[in-house]
Design a binder for this molecule. Sequence first.
Ligand SMILES: N=c1c2ncn([C@@H]3O[C@H](COP(=O)(O)OP(=O)(O)OP(=O)(O)O)[C@@H](O)[C@H]3O)c2ncn1[C@@H]1O[C@H](COP(=O)(O)O)[C@@H](O)[C@H]1O
Length: 107
Amino acid sequence: MTLDDLAAIIAQRAGADPEGSWTAKLLAKGPEKCAEKFGEEAIEAIIEAVRDDRAALTREAADVLFHLLVMLHSRGVALADVMAVLDERQGRSGLAEKAARDQRGRD
Ligand SMILES: N=c1c2ncn([C@@H]3O[C@H](COP(=O)(O)OP(=O)(O)OP(=O)(O)O)[C@@H](O)[C@H]3O)c2ncn1[C@@H]1O[C@H](COP(=O)(O)O)[C@@H](O)[C@H]1O
């Protein structure tokens, strides 16, 4: 399973009957609810990271990735576009990237 596979499943489920699909049910509630659910899952992952429960963190991280992709779909953001941003950053130090971002914020 890749993130591309999961994004394709989410796109396919988007038009499904909400009674038979968690993805369809969540998307039907709108982007704000998808964002809220992503936030809940992120917090659950944070809690497991702080507790240092690796098995629970692994499960919560899977929930985070799934709900991130649902949230992106809800706002029409393609995973490919997110990956393109990461591609642009490849080979560039995170510190240099942050400095450039801060400079753009000041312009
Ligand atoms: N990867 C996932 C996935 N990860 C998590 N979830 C669901 O996300 C929901 C979140 O559960 P939580 O317990 O955190 O939230 P909750 O059910 O609101 O309960 P509370 O926390 O509020 O008590 C659960 O129903 C999980 O089953 C997922 N649902 C679907 N997928 C993928 O999407 C595919 C399509 O699923 P459907 O859309 O359901 O057909 C599946 O085959 C999977 O590949």
